[in-house]
Design a protein around this ligand. Structure first.
Ligand code: WQD
Length: 359
């Protein structure tokens, strides 16, 4: 028998991306056999990211270039490897962009997930960890928000695609008790692997706060636009639950283990429960970088809410998962990645004297 048919693999769709690559590092170190399927829309960037994942973990990553919207790609990878579970990251995820090109978002995120699930069923693979988002809560009635909170109304097409796929998975698990799904609702992922080898590759003008602060620190933008200072929060600026991407990654390993217990369909918040304001993030980044960060207070950004923080006690209890990295580490690790990789995965890794402390 073909050896790859004996080994039981986990398929990681979108595994060459920011959260996917950090999760693959943790999966490999936990001893899982992994196949990454990625459409490599960033081409060499994604290849370099996977090369560094292998360098970090000291283990090979099986790679298959494919797109979840292509049934033949899906059927091909499922016929090549013996999968027992899928972690599904592959999606496009810019809130603002999703309001401009909603059809692309529904096609990639919803149709792509539907086609993946149909091929999983065809090959009798009925375990999935789904990359969802706290955006499904819309404007939560209360914070911290727990998984019993109502979902919706969601304020953008991106968030609706996540909600629609969650509903598909609920219906699927209800129709067939052999299906198991962990829906992981991320709050605000930031940071990078402490080695400085992998991180978030900068793409264009970022919508999210942390990558924009990095641009200002690199002198690529003159100042941080702080959207709103009149919210009912500690200092008037927006409060969010920032979670280190490595903590997010260990949450996926814990969710994969949970699938073994046949939980059916369960949603888990992956957050720290700690709310930090925009101003607090800026000040923490100034401390981590020892640089002044210019900013301007501007009007609120449409669709933003004052506060969104997680009650992650269900994940703590049922997954045995706890985030371990605080905001200082998030900022230090983000800055180390940036210093070593000023153009992300484009170009060589820079090694500076300061890196000696990054062992
Ligand atoms: C954080 C805070 C802004 C940029 C989004 C998605 C969510 C998830 C994470 C995918 C807010 C303020 C921001 C800036 C600012 N993505 N801000 N100046 O909006 O909480 O969540 O990203 O899953 O689904 O909705 O993140 O980083 O855009 O904003 O003042 O240049 O920073 O107002 O208070 P958000 P964000």
């Amino acid at each position: 028998m073909d050896p790859s048919k004996r080994q039981k693999y986990v398929l990681v769709t979108g595994g060459a991306g920011y959260i996917g690559s950090h999760t693959v590092v943790e999966l490999l170190s936990a001893g899982y056999a992994i196949v990454v399927m990625d459409n490599m829309y960033l081409n060499d960037i994604n290849i370099e990211a996977l090369r560094r994942v292998e360098r970090l973990s000291g283990r090979p990553v099986q790679f298959f270039k494919g797109d979840v919207t292509c049934v033949s790609d899906l059927q091909r990878v499922f016929s090549l490897y013996n999968f027992w579970a899928v972690i599904h990251f592959a999606a496009i995820k810019a809130v603002g962009q999703s309001t401009r090109i909603p059809l692309d978002y529904y096609y990639n995120n919803v149709t792509g997930s539907l086609l993946l699930l149909r091929v999983m069923k065809e090959f009798n693979v009925k375990n999935i960890v789904f990359s969802s988002s706290a955006t499904v809560y819309g404007e939560p009635d209360k914070c911290p928000v727990d998984e019993t909170a109502r979902v919706g109304p969601v304020t953008n097409p991106y968030g609706r695609t996540k909600l629609f796929v969650e509903e598909m998975l609920r219906d699927l698990c209800a129709s067939d008790p052999d299906w198991n799904a962990c829906l992981l609702r991320y709050f605000n992922p930031v940071g990078a692997h402490p080695s400085g080898l992998i991180g978030e590759h900068p793409q264009g003008i970022p919508n999210n706060l942390m990558p924009y602060v990095i641009r200002v620190l690199q002198g690529r933008s003159p100042y941080v636009h702080i959207y709103g200072s009149d919210y009912d929060t500690v200092d008037g600026t927006g409060v969010r639950d920032y979670i280190h991407v490595c903590d997010l990654a260990t949450g996926h390993v814990a969710a994969l283990k949970k699938l073994d217990t046949k939980p059916g369909c369960v949603a888990y918040n992956l957050g720290t429960g700690v709310g930090l304001s925009v101003m607090e993030i800026v000040k923490t980044m100034e401390k981590a970088t020892q640089k002044k960060i210019p900013y301007k207070i501007e009007d609120r950004r449409p669709g933003d809410i004052a506060t969104c923080t997680a009650d992650a006690s269900l994940a703590n209890r049922e997954l045995g998962w706890y985030p371990t990295r605080g905001v200082e580490e998030m900022c230090e690790d983000m800055w180390r990645w940036t210093r070593k990789n000023p153009m992300g995965y484009d170009g060589e890794i820079l090694v500076s004297d300061e890196d000696d402390d990054s062992s």
